[in-house]
Every structure is written in structure tokens, then in C-alpha cells.
Ligand binder design. Structure first.
Ligand code: SAM
Length: 280
């Protein structure tokens, strides 16, 4: 992707429009699916009672709120480039009465963090969208105090995440050929290569880097499954663009494609991910 004077303009546009709106609408379903990662990331990044934590790409704020509850007298700031998601997260903190969580809109790659402000930096799938990951992780590192923790979850490869790629495979016969994906382009699978993730963190000054496989069983209610697969990801995007006849053909094949995952009213799948930890 060409670098522009202002970074992440394409991702900012997506997350402030179609992707962000879809994540706002799907927040309860997404939080249900991703709940195991909330626990994984909070446990890995927990800085201790009273700690000050930053949640990068916090989305609708589930992980920020969970960390804020965990740190007691401490505080958790959620930062996100998407204004609709920051607004939803702020409202959730108010409704749920989590006074030690707050949310800020901004790009983690360029945000002017106060140096050494945080005891820990965490993220649940919010760090794979940078034009320049080394610049972004260097910027985030200077926001952490010396020795502060980093802990985030990121997806491994599409080949290892068949649930995540089933919709695109099923829809492919009805869509123009998709361009060969650039493994380095910002997106869900940008951190699929664990060795690359380690190089990014080394180059941005983090130490004690661990990139561990995390295979996490996830579930979604069968009644939510078609909503999920037709609103998010490449098929969600395609369905917003295609004509009605094509959309009907795609939505007709999706239930059969996902049938192997469904049992007793729920779809179950393995989320093949990395749990990445490091120290500032
Ligand atoms: C896959 S969603 C994950 C959201 C949230 N962490 C969760 O688990 O529900 C990725 C999030 O990263 C945010 N994001 C993308 N690029 C960003 C950037 N450069 N700075 C801050 N947030 C960013 C998006 O707006 C989106 O909310």
C-alpha cells in the first residue's frame, strides 16, 4: 500500500464507514464470539491492581471494560480510529457504570501519547490494520513505561481459519475473481506470519517477545450465524455491492457451506491465533 503523509487513510475510511457501522450493529454477536479472547488478552496483559492500561483498536470496548474492571483503582483507555465505535464504547461504559474506562478517537500509529503513561498495552484483534506496523508499534511502545507489558491477539493464516474463509469460498462462484491477497496489506490476516510479527516488534524496540500459538474454541448461536456471515468480512462487503439476484444466490448457498460447523443450535469453530506478548 502506498504510504501517504497521513497514515492509514484507507483503514480510517473503512472503519468510520462500512466496517465500523457493521461492527456497531453486530457488537453483541461479535462480543459473544470473541469473549474467550477478552479473557486471554486481559489475563496476559494484566499489570496488577491499580495499573494503567491502553487498549489499541478497542472497537466497541469489551476488552477495555473488562480490563478496567480487573485493575480496580487503575484505569483503562480504549483508543480507536473509528468514531462510531468510540461513541458506542463510551456509551457502554456509562450504561455499565465503569467509571475507570475511557475512550479516545485516534490512530495508534500517529497518536501523540504521553510518554510512559501506561503500565500495559493490550489489543484484541486491533493491531493488524497499520500501513506501517513498525512505526505504529514504536509509537505505542513510547506510550508504555519502561518494562511495561504488551499483550495482543491476532489471527494466524486463512488456511488455518476455515470458518473465517468459508463464506468467501462459497460466494466465489458468483463474484468476479478476487485479486490475490497481499499478505502484508493491512487487514484481518496481516499478522498471519508469526516470524514477521516478531520482526516488527524487534524493529520497533520491544523486548522479551513471545509469539505463541493460541487455538481457541469459539461459538456463535445458529440463529446469529447468517447475520454474522452476511454483514462482515469480504462477503458482507460484496453483498453491499452486488445486484439483488447475485445476493440471493450467495445467501442461498451460505447455510449449506456452514452446516458442518453447526451442532445443537450453535456453530463451533477453532480460532487459530497468535497470543503475542512483549515488554517495553
Ligand atoms: C477487528 S476490530 C477489533 C475491535 C475490538 N478490539 C474487539 O475485539 O471487539 C479492529 C479495530 O481496530 C480499529 N483500528 C484499525 N486501525 C486502527 C488504527 N490505526 N488505530 C486505532 N484503531 C484502529 C478499528 O476501528 C476496529 O475497531
Amino acid at each position: 500500500m502506498p504510504k501517504s503523509a497521513q497514515p492509514n487513510t484507507q483503514q480510517a475510511a473503512l472503519w468510520n464507514d462500512a466496517s465500523g457501522k457493521a461492527w456497531v450493529e453486530m457488537q453483541p454477536i461479535l462480543d459473544e464470539i470473541l469473549a474467550p479472547f477478552e479473557r486471554l488478552v486481559v489475563n496476559a496483559g494484566y499489570p496488577g491492581e491499580g495499573g494503567n492500561v491502553l487498549d489499541i483498536g478497542c472497537g466497541a470496548g469489551a476488552t477495555t471494560l473488562a480490563m478496567a474492571r480487573r485493575v480496580g483503582d487503575g484505569h483503562c483507555v480504549g483508543l480507536d480510529i473509528s468514531q462510531p465505535l468510540v461513541a458506542l464504547a463510551t456509551e457502554r461504559a456509562r450504561v455499565e457504570g465503569v467509571a475507570n474506562a475511557s475512550f479516545e478517537g485516534g490512530d495508534a500509529q500517529a497518536y501523540a501519547f504521553e510518554s510512559g503513561r501506561f503500565d500495559a498495552v493490550v489489543s484484541r484483534f486491533g493491531v493488524m490494520f497499520f500501513d506501517d506496523p513498525v512505526a505504529a508499534f514504536a509509537n505505542v511502545r513510547q506510550a508504555a513505561r519502561r518494562g511495561g507489558k504488551l499483550a495482543f491477539a491476532a489471527w494466524r493464516s486463512p488456511a488455518e481459519n476455515d470458518f473465517m474463509t468459508t463464506a468467501a469460498r462459497a460466494a466465489a462462484p458468483f463474484l468476479p475473481p478476487a485479486p490475490v491477497p497481499d499478505p502484508d496489506a493491512p487487514g484481518q490476516f496481516a499478522f498471519a506470519d508469526g516470524a514477521k510479527v516478531k520482526r516488527i516488534l524487534e524493529a520497533s524496540g520491544w523486548s522479551s517477545i513471545e509469539v505463541e500459538r493460541a487455538d481457541v474454541p469459539c461459538r456463535i448461536a445458529e440463529g446469529d450465524l447468517m447475520t454474522y456471515v452476511t454483514r462482515l468480512g469480504p462477503v458482507g462487503a460484496a453483498l453491499r455491492e452486488v445486484d439483488r439476484a447475485t445476493a440471493e444466490k450467495i445467501t442461498a448457498v451460505l447455510p449449506t457451506a456452514f452446516a458442518p460447523f453447526v451442532k445443537h443450535g450453535e456453530a463451533h469453530f477453532n480460532a487459530a491465533c497468535w497470543l503475542v506478548t512483549a515488554l517495553a
